[in-house]
Design a protein around this ligand. Structure first.
Ligand SMILES: Cc1ncc(COP(=O)(O)O)c(C=O)c1O
Length: 244
């Protein structure tokens, strides 16, 4: 959709949004003083409040030392609980199902150690060719962990010739054709590079018909699989344990 600049300014005036809450890098030499910051992965803009919040925790460390674990105003031991309610809202899960922990790659490994169970001819791990680089390494490590050759085991689905993004049907067609060889399907709900939102519920249903596991790595509400999990990180169509 094309929005003329004047209309864009009018919309900004009606709803100025939250831009003022962040430090936005300058756009040196550009028409506008600040960069249009579209990075959807790696690192977002720094919230203006972050510096003061971090300094408060550093002050507590200075004043209390190890006692800060329990006695800081924002005690460190149950620190993750501060994030539970907003994180649950973000992923569309229940607070009891949600915890903020580790790095994404560590969590992926924990997930795959539980859910990737290659057996017989069913060994393949299917990812997007445009998966985040560290995700690509993680699945290769998992193949090796099971004594398998990552070059044979990891299948990278590519967009059709002349197209830039994967279609949902590219995934479901692969599953229809090769699903009985697939042990794990690992997809970002929203691709970090293209912003594409795959139809995770449709893919989950297709995976349930043929593959053993499917997992959306970015379980936003819109990318969430609906069956049988609520947090969208995994499904177990064959009755094996889920992480819900
Ligand atoms: C899409 C995506 N996947 C994976 C990662 C890796 O995350 P981590 O460094 O927490 O393992 C990042 C980090 O920016 C990311 O943006």
């Amino acid at each position: 959709m094309h929005t003329p600049e004047r209309e864009a300014h009018r919309l900004d005036e009606v709803d100025p949004g939250h831009r003022h809450l962040f430090h936005v890098p300058p756009a040196d030499g550009g028409d506008h003083p600040e960069a249009a910051y579209l990075a959807g992965n790696s690192l977002g803009l720094q919230p203006r409040a972050t510096r003061d919040e971090l300094l408060a925790d550093l002050d507590a460390w200075g004043r209390l030392g190890v006692e800060g674990h329990l006695e800081a105003e924002r005690a460190w031991l149950p620190y993750h609980e501060l994030l539970t309610a907003p994180a649950a809202r973000l992923v569309g899960g229940l607070p009891a199902e949600t915890v903020v922990m580790n790095s994404l790659t560590v969590n992926l490994h924990l997930l795959m150690v539980s859910f990737y169970r290659p057996a017989g001819a069913r060994t393949r791990i299917v990812i997007e060719d445009g998966a985040f680089p560290s995700d690509s390494y993680a699945v290769r490590s998992q193949a090796r962990f099971h004594g398998l050759d990552p070059d044979d085991t990891v299948i990278r689905l590519r967009p059709r010739a002349g197209e830039d993004v994967l279609r949902t049907e590219d995934v479901t067609d692969y599953l229809a054709a090769e699903g009985d060889r697939v042990a794990l399907l690992l997809l970002g709900g929203v691709n970090y590079l293209t912003g594409e939102l795959l139809d995770i519920p449709a893919i989950t249903a297709a995976a349930g018909r043929s593959a053993r596991w499917s997992a959306g790595t970015w379980p936003t509400r819109s990318a969430t699989c609906r069956w049988p999990c609520t947090t969208g990180t995994s499904t177990s169509p064959r009755g094996a344990p889920t992480n819900t």
